[in-house]
Design a protein around this ligand. Structure first.
Ligand SMILES: NC(=O)c1ccc[n+]([C@@H]2O[C@H](COP(=O)([O-])OP(=O)(O)OC[C@H]3O[C@@H](n4cnc5c(N)ncnc54)[C@H](O)[C@@H]3O)[C@@H](O)[C@H]2O)c1
Length: 327
């Protein structure tokens, strides 16, 4: 761990033990009066200490994932796979790729190792693990495996998710339940186990992949349970972000964010488009930028949210949707 990160951590711990009376922080008039009192230097020290920990790195260094251990669910393909690749590009040293079918995860891990070494990054270790995020036990087993191999975990992305298009009246309930088990409960299990490990080690970041569907109703295809599941994921990130922003005296916060893509070209959307060739044109006409997103369009956001550059953000949502939600 870098000296800068340790210094930042020490500062956060000190901040936690400043008594509530130092609440002058949020009351500028009292603060000014205190500056003129005999305790002015103490108050000044408390203020600067409590408000902003020393900036650990220059901005481009803060965006680096160097030395970090990352994990992405649903990463054998699609957006999850691209998030994993972005972490490798940004210099992460250890990476776990999780997906439902163990063989798919293993193959994706091998492909990622090949990608890294073809890019001159021979010091990256990538493992592939089978994991059904809808099963709490399966998620716990995957984390145990990662912690056993890598010893810690710094950044997690919960990307595993499914979508289906049924009219609400015709949606079989067992399928609605399965969708919520994966999209909502899976995100929760992934977040909670990640946070448990991060609280023990002293901080980290967790990104839940929501969707622009958390904010708008997609048309013309019907997908009410999906939209509701993504709204739940978005608010889960906000709620966990608040609940776990501070915990005890000796922990860095675990930061949460939801990353909400618009229509991106992956297997998930291709499956839908295979049944309706006209739909792509409709989606593009509804998107101010006039195109579907390429998974690589999410690289900057996922690295930013996972890195130290976003250290004062939690519970936030970042939309990457070509302007779709602005209309
Ligand atoms: N593609 C888009 O346009 C789009 C837009 C907004 C949000 N999203 C969200 O992004 C995430 C990834 O979507 P994608 O387009 O990459 O989909 P995708 O279908 O291409 O990939 C999803 C991956 O998740 C895995 N998965 C499914 N169920 C799982 C389970 N129970 N446990 C573990 N892994 C499981 C699949 O095997 C697959 O590898 C999803 O949460 C999706 O809702 C996608």
């Amino acid at each position: 761990m870098s000296v800068a990160r340790l210094a930042a951590r020490a500062s956060v711990v000190r901040r936690s033990v400043i008594p509530r009376s130092a609440g002058v922080l949020y009351a500028p008039p009292h603060w000014s009066r205190r500056l003129n009192s005999s305790t002015s230097f103490q108050a000044k020290d408390a203020l600067s200490d409590a408000t902003i920990p020393p900036r650990p790195k220059k901005v481009l260094d803060a965006l680096s994932m160097a030395g970090k251990v990352c994990m992405v669910t649903g990463a054998a393909r699609g957006l999850g796979n691209q998030f994993a690749k972005a972490f490798v590009d940004a210099g992460c040293s250890q990476l776990a790729i999780l997906d439902l079918v163990k063989e798919d995860a293993h193959k994706a891990a091998q492909d990622m190792m090949n990608y890294a070494s073809s890019d001159g990054k021979s010091d990256v270790t990538v493992i592939g693990l089978g994991c059904d995020v809808a099963s709490e036990l399966s998620v716990q087993a995957a984390y145990a495996n990662i912690l056993d191999k890598f010893g810690r975990i710094d950044s997690v992305v919960a990307s595993a998710g499914i979508v289906e298009n049924y009219e609400a009246m015709d949606y079989p309930f067992d399928r609605v339940k399965r969708l919520f088990d994966i999209n909502v409960h899976g995100a929760f299990f992934t977040a909670r186990e990640g946070a448990r490990a991060m609280f023990r080690q002293g901080g980290g970041s967790i990104i839940l992949v929501s969707s622009m569907s958390a904010n708008i109703v997609n048309v013309p295809q019907p997908q009410t349970p999906y939209n509701a599941s993504k709204a739940a994921v978005k608010h889960m990130a906000a709620s966990l972000g608040v609940e776990w922003a501070k915990r005890g005296l000796s922990f860095d916060p675990v930061a949460f964010a939801s990353n909400s893509p618009g229509y991106m070209l992956t297997k998930l959307t291709k499956t839908i488009l295979d049944h309706d060739q006209e739909l792509k044109k409709t989606w593009e006409s509804l998107t101010p930028m006039g195109r579907m997103g390429d998974p690589e369009d999410l690289d900057g956001v996922v690295v930013f949210l996972a890195s130290d550059a976003s250290r004062f953000m939690t519970g936030t949502e970042i939309r990457v949707d070509g302007g779709y939600c602005c209309l």
